[in-house]
Design a protein around this ligand. Structure first.
Ligand code: C2E
Ligand code: MG
Ligand code: MG
Ligand code: MG
Length: 285
């Protein structure tokens, strides 16, 4: 019976099945409506100081609240937005939304920072840095209160356009963070072309830390190397107390994961801030 069930499930979720194709097709159509009707919401996940466990920043993570399907994962709809180019306009909405929210938190007395994810497609636009600069000015934010998270794809391809945009962003004064480090194949030398301020160790690295001594040593060496190159290190996907202790022991500067909090709506994030009292983010730079 179990075997039967498994096969049935496979048939439904196989990417080539007509059901999946139909879903992908409707997804695209629904996304257009979603943008028109602003069915998106920004959630924030706390990033805490490894030493004090105080919230020093929040990573903005997009949520699509579909009227019928409920919450759709960004894993599912970001690629569709990228293929259609719709990510550019939604991206601008995200930049504006994060800047506005951050300024509200600052006005409430919370000197936190905010991170936002940037798709490679967005980095292709030469206007990106200008848009970011304009929003920072509009909401009177210190530029280094904003961190732009980019993925290894950008570092690997080494396309001139990407590097130029990253350079323009750096010139504004925002922080550049290399997201999901450890999932791809990028070498440190390629990363140095990007010269990120922050290295985010992927969850897959963190989950091996407890069980595998070799990966623990590799992680330790990476953290040291990052520090020597003046980068700060964030460990992503901290789910257990053991992972917290180990990453902190290995010298990670900041930690993020379900152990502290899942990504939550603004109201709940504000509540988390209120609950722990006012904190000030100390930038090493
Ligand atoms: P990411 O930027 O690496 O974000 C971290 C993801 O890991 C988030 O998933 C977060 O909810 C999840 N996560 C955090 N802590 C834990 C943990 O302890 N355990 C586990 N299992 N997961 C954890 P989410 O929100 O589903 O986002 C997935 C990806 O979608 C993001 O990965 C990012 O690449 C992309 N994404 C999300 N929001 C945006 C956005 O506004 N713009 C763009 N371009 N991409 C976005
Ligand atoms: Mg991220
Ligand atoms: Mg990540
Ligand atoms: Mg990711």
């Amino acid at each position: 019976l179990a075997k039967h069930k498994k096969e049935a499930a496979f048939e439904i979720y196989a990417p080539h099945s007509s059901v999946a194709a139909y879903r992908a097709f409707t997804l695209r159509q629904e996304l257009v409506t979603a943008i028109e009707q602003s069915q998106f919401e920004l959630y924030y996940q706390p990033i805490v100081c490894a030493k004090t466990e105080h919230i020093v920043a929040g990573e903005a993570l997009i949520r699509w609240i579909h009227p019928v399907w409920g919450t759709v994962s960004p894993q599912e709809f970001i690629p569709a937005l990228e293929e259609s180019g719709l990510i550019v306009s939604l991206g601008e909405w995200i930049i504006a939304g994060v800047c506005e929210q951050l300024s509200q938190w600052h006005q409430a007395g919370y000197g936190i920072k905010a991170s936002l994810n940037m798709s490679p497609v967005q980095l292709f636009s030469e206007d990106l840095a200008m848009i970011v600069a304009q929003k920072i000015a509009q909401y009177q934010l210190p530029a280094d209160a904003l961190t732009i998270e980019i993925t290894e794809t950008v570092a690997i391809t080494q396309k001139k356009v990407f590097l130029n945009t990253v350079e323009a962003l750096r010139a504004i004064g925002v922080n550049i963070s290399l997201d999901d480090f450890g999932t791809g194949y990028s070498s440190f030398s390629k990363i140095l072309d990007i010269k990120p301020h922050v290295l985010k160790l992927d969850r897959s690295m963190i989950s091996h830390i407890e069980t595998d001594a070799t990966s623990r040593e590799v992680t330790a060496a990476l953290i040291q190397l990052a520090h020597r190159l003046n980068m700060l290190v964030v460990a992503e996907g901290i789910e257990t107390l053991e992972q917290l202790r180990e990453t902190a022991r290995l010298g990670c500067d900041y930690l993020q994961g379900y152990y502290f909090s899942k990504p939550v709506p603004v109201k709940e994030f504000s509540y988390l801030l209120l609950h722990q009292g006012h904190v000030t983010y100390q930038s090493k730079r």
